[in-house]
Design a protein around this ligand. Structure first.
Ligand SMILES: [Zn+2]
Length: 128
């Protein structure tokens, strides 16, 4: 799979048909911002749906953390942050985009560096 009918609409800005839903007209905005690429689906697909799709198709290359080691305190902080985020979602509380970005980068770190804490977050997120 690749992005369908991508079209440049400005400096570092593209639109394409969204791969996460049956998209008849391009509703996916892609913006390059420094080292980051931001996706936004105007039909309402969430960042995590999009990232799942892109990751599944090898289009999403996670930025590998520069750091190789994290202290237990740092890992605990990330674990706690993710659990609080999960619980906000469960209770239908609004979460800011900034917190969601933080949470996804913490999850990425945990999945790379700390399988045990990562499993706790996943189990919590999926209610296992
Ligand atoms: Zn979409």
């Amino acid at each position: 799979m690749s992005l369908q009918s991508p079209r440049r609409v400005g400096a570092g800005r593209f639109i394409a048909r969204c791969p996460a839903h049956d998209d008849k007209s391009p509703s996916l905005s892609i913006t390059q911002a420094g080292n980051h690429v931001l996706f936004y689906c105007h039909a309402g697909c969430t960042q995590s749906e999009l990232i799942d799709i892109f990751r599944g198709n090898g289009l999403w290359q996670p930025v590998r953390s520069q750091k190789r080691y994290f202290s237990d305190d740092e890992l605990d902080f990330m674990l706690h942050f993710c659990l609080v985020w999960n619980s906000s979602i469960r209770r239908g509380k609004d979460v800011s985009e900034r917190d969601t970005e933080k949470m996804s980068s913490y999850v990425r770190v945990l999945s790379e560096f700390d399988k045990r804490r990562y499993t706790i977050v996943e189990d919590d997120a999926y209610g296992r």
